[in-house]
Design a protein around this ligand. Structure first.
Ligand SMILES: NC(=O)c1ccc[n+]([C@@H]2O[C@H](COP(=O)([O-])OP(=O)(O)OC[C@H]3O[C@@H](n4cnc5c(N)ncnc54)[C@H](OP(=O)(O)O)[C@@H]3O)[C@@H](O)[C@H]2O)c1
Length: 343
């Protein structure tokens, strides 16, 4: 990162530098990064104010979750050729000591990019956000914003599997059609097409029990006006204001929380780290059975395309999980290649 942005990040935010490929020290390995995860939170990480993590320092490699292949190793648990995920950053080669959420990737379960989506933080976020924070139960009416994105597309499918009526909010008719035709959402509301409140009243005349909020802003405002008594709002994100340069107004229907004896709880997926194995087991089971469909939009162009690709999130130009390919791609031959390399 070259410079902290004001508003949207642009070309001046980033600088591409070239350095020798690192050598692993004792207990370390080097990863050839193949896919980089694009996350709305990245906008927060490059701001001046600490969020739930420290800001990325000017001059440092941009923080990013990524999947790659072990290129060189002096670590007993990581062999050359194995596929791994971790916080490797926006770079082509990274050094790791295997700590801090580094995982062996099982490409027989799902292709490498899915380990940044349904089997990465978005899937974990959807799982804990709905089941723990939102306390979702069968029969609930569940509203999900950012419904066609990485977190929302998994959240909607988990809610359906849990026996809920599921309403998604997304931008544009194509995304809305995808929600109902492919992901099993009962209703999709195009928030760019007209009044969200009116559409919500028609979709959930008795109100909503759970709102999984990815966007804040006017969708949150409408959701607050349609809560059922005892409703739970899981505050996952507020992308509508991530690039804002002025302070944003709070929701004017705040007192609805009191009237409806409702709760609004913010959460960060990292808080559930000890229970990741439980979520991986459930998500893996659903994916294996075909109950959860994963969808990744893989952009190309290498790390030079990082800035442009990150901004696609704020333009709604992604469906499902947005990923940037920076290497040759690990495609379907990866497990055999990994085996050959390690034997
Ligand atoms: N709490 C946690 O631990 C945690 C973890 C992961 C992610 N998150 C949060 O979860 C949310 C979704 O993340 P994601 O990775 O799944 O991203 P994503 O939904 O795949 O991508 C972002 C989407 O946000 C929508 N969007 C952009 N600007 C908007 C606006 N002004 N108003 C309404 N919608 C807008 C766009 O969809 P449309 O075309 O539908 O507008 C875009 O495709 C983000 O807020 C993120 O910060 C939180």
């Amino acid at each position: 990162m070259a410079k902290r942005p004001v508003g949207r990040a642009d070309d001046s935010t980033w600088e591409i530098t070239t350095e020798p490929i690192p050598e692993p020290g004792d207990g370390e390995f080097v990863v050839r990064v193949e896919y980089i995860s694009l996350d709305p939170a990245m906008r927060g990480w490059i701001g001046e104010v600490p969020t739930y993590v420290e800001p990325v320092e000017i001059g440092a490699v941009m923080r990013a979750h990524a999947v790659g292949r072990v290129h060189a190793s002096r670590h007993p648990e990581y062999e050359v050729g194995q596929t791994v995920s971790g916080m490797f950053g926006v770079c082509e080669y990274a050094v790791s000591d295997g700590r801090h959420d580094v995982l062996h990737v099982d490409e027989s379960l799902a292709p490498a990019p899915a380990w940044l989506g349904a089997l990465g933080f978005p899937g974990l976020t959807a799982y804990f956000g709905l089941l723990d924070v939102g306390k979702m139960k069968p029969g609930d009416t569940v509203l999900i914003s950012g419904a066609a994105g990485a977190v929302g597309s998994i959240a909607g499918q988990i809610a359906k599997l849990s026996g809920c009526r599921v309403i998604g909010v997304a931008g544009g008719p194509e995304k809305c059609a995808w929600l109902t035709e492919e992901l099993g959402y009962d209703v999709a509301i195009d928030y760019k097409a007209g009044s969200i409140g009116k559409a919500l009243r028609a979709a959930a005349p008795k109100g909503i029990d759970v709102y999984f909020d990815n966007v804040g802003g006017e969708v949150l405002e409408s959701a607050l006006g349609h809560l059922r008594r005892g409703a739970r709002i899981a505050l996952c994100g507020g992308i509508s204001s991530y690039n804002a340069t002025d302070p944003q107004p709070g929701p004017s229907r705040y007192m609805q929380l009191l009237m409806k004896r409702a709760s609004l709880t913010g959460f960060i997926v990292f808080d559930f780290a000890r229970r990741y194995p439980e979520a991986y087991a459930a998500l893996g089971h659903w994916i294996r059975r075909g109950d959860v469909v994963t969808h990744e939009q893989v952009e190309t162009g290498g790390i030079e395309a990082y800035g442009r690709t990150m901004n696609m999130l704020f333009d709604g130009a992604n469906t499902g999980k947005l990923v940037l390919q920076v290497g040759d791609g690990l495609a379907s031959a990866a497990p055999a290649a990994a085996q050959a390399a390690s034997s």
